[in-house]
Design a protein around this ligand. Structure first.
Ligand code: ADP
Ligand code: ASP
Ligand code: MG
Length: 447
């Protein structure tokens, strides 16, 4: 196979001209790095506004007033100063920005507007590197149902990029079935990078960000957590789905199907090894029981109990059809012989929706008992090592009880490499720390 790496740079790595120079140096340092997928400029300092957020503001202003003069001004300033910092004389940024502003007002599309951060950054970076700019609209497609169209995208990526020595491609968006711009969900440039890597059958997908790899837990909760050297796709999917948002949870699927490894790297410390993410079959255990811990706050648990529930055919289906009818997504559904719990993000249940839902469930399945737990956080402890080792959950629950964390719900069944506990929102940080210090021996507790 020809050496080929696809490199995605996140917004934090491309926030200003200096950072873009750094990214360019990284790209030039290895001739296999022939394709760059880029995000919009992110925050330069804490409290700064990401270009993507500013663009959503432009959309709102344009919808309200018919122009986005106020909200577009900081976007304009930011890109003009990037072009100046890069010394790109002759690059007509003013003309391109005028055209983009005009299209934002004319198109009246939130996705189109949000996508312009990636578009503009990719054009600038392509000019700076002297590489070809290839628009994501030419190579990333969605079908009529709004889902990513794999076949068409991979075919077009291979065809369009086959004869390109080098190219810069904007992340985050593609083209829908009607020829309009459509974005992925927030953080979606990770998905674009993964798609391009798969379409080109790259040897490696490098994801360049502002941390030296995937850490065993959120660095905002535990000070300087241990870095994960190697992690499997399966473990990573569980962790990113549960809130470890270094990599978008949906970015795993394309490369995973193509058996292409990912390496998370730090733009600001390129010499650091980073984290290697491998297909499960190529993954060799690193000897740790637990690979990582992640979690999210603000869930509601609806607990149902009914005598002989397990013998009642269609019980779960009836409960789920109530959710389906109301368009409510559930996160987990742990069940016992006569019990079933629904774990749902609280934001879906505001403004009386919870009460209505419970009434509908009662009418559908007549439970003996219904209990609702609100303000629940979920914490996932993930690792292939846990399956082979007896007593992992005993250690986990002992550590939690010693830390004074009240466990309100347990879900161990759904994935064998993941134990999820439901706890009060207020105990979230305490819980993450307790699990971390229990399983990463040698890491000293701060408290
Ligand atoms: P990018 O701009 O490159 O897309 P993101 O901000 O999306 O970067 O993701 C990187 C950030 O994810 C880090 O700066 C860190 O604050 C946060 N993060 C949350 N959980 C973890 C974790 N387990 N390991 C590393 N970083 C984490
Ligand atoms: N710029 C987009 C966002 O802020 C996509 C990305 O950065 O991945 O969500
Ligand atoms: Mg990101």
């Amino acid at each position: 196979m020809m050496h080929l790496k696809v490199c995605k740079f996140g917004g934090s790595s491309l926030a200003d001209g200096n950072n873009i120079r750094r990214a360019a140096e990284i790209l030039r340092a290895d001739e296999a790095r022939r394709f760059a997928v880029v995000s919009a400029p992110g925050k330069r300092f804490s409290g700064d506004v990401k270009i993507t957020d500013q663009l959503y503001e432009c959309y709102r202003e344009a919808a309200e007033k018919g122009n986005c003069d106020a909200a577009f001004a900081p976007v304009r300033r930011r890109f003009v100063s990037i072009v100046e910092e890069l010394g790109l004389e002759g690059f007509d940024i003013a003309g391109i920005l005028d055209e983009v502003e005009r299209q934002i007002v004319e198109n009246k599309s939130s996705d189109f507007t949000a996508s312009r951060g990636e578009y503009l950054n990719a054009r600038i970076i392509a000019a700076f590197l002297g590489w070809e700019f290839v628009d994501a609209q030419e190579i990333v497609f969605f079908n009529e149902r709004g889902q990513f169209d794999e076949k068409r995208s991979y075919r077009l990526i291979a065809e369009r990029l086959k004869h390109c020595a080098h190219a810069v491609i904007p992340g985050f968006y593609g083209m829908d079935a009607w020829g309009c711009v459509k974005t992925f969900t927030r953080g979606g440039s990770d998905i674009s990078g993964s798609i391009v890597a798969r379409g080109l059958n790259a040897e490696l997908y490098e994801n360049w960000t502002d941390v030296s790899g995937f850490l065993a837990c959120d660095p905002r909760i535990v000070n300087d957590p241990r870095k994960i050297e190697i992690i499997s796709f399966k473990e990573l999917r569980e962790l990113s789905y549960m809130g470890a948002n270094v990599l978008h949870a949906d970015a795993i699927y394309p490369v995973r199907k193509g058996d292409i490894p990912i390496r998370i790297k730090n733009t600001f410390r390129p010499e650091d090894e980073g984290t290697l993410i491998l297909p499960s079959k190529k993954y060799v255990s690193h000897g740790n029981l637990v690979t990582g811990i992640a979690g999210k706050k603000d869930f509601t648990v609806i607990f149902l109990e009914k005598q002989l529930m397990n013998a009642e055919i269609g019980f779960a289906r009836k409960v789920l059809s109530v959710l389906e009818k109301d368009g409510i997504n559930f996160e987990h559904m742990p069940s016992g012989i006569d019990t079933l719990s629904l774990v749902i993000e609280s934001r879906y249940l505001a403004d009386g929706v919870l009460d209505t839902l419970i009434e509908q469930i009662k009418a559908a399945v007549h439970p003996d008992y219904v209990r609702v737990l609100e303000d629940i956080a979920l914490v996932a402890t993930v690792g292939h090592g846990m399956t082979a080792s007896i007593g992992t959950s005993a250690r986990l629950f002992t550590a939690l009880s010693q830390a004074g964390v009240n466990v309100r719900m347990i879900d161990q069944g759904s994935s064998e490499i993941n134990i999820i506990v439901g706890i009060d929102n207020a105990d979230y940080e305490k819980c993450v720390r307790a699990v971390y210090y229990e399983f990463f021996s040698g890491a000293e507790a701060e408290e």
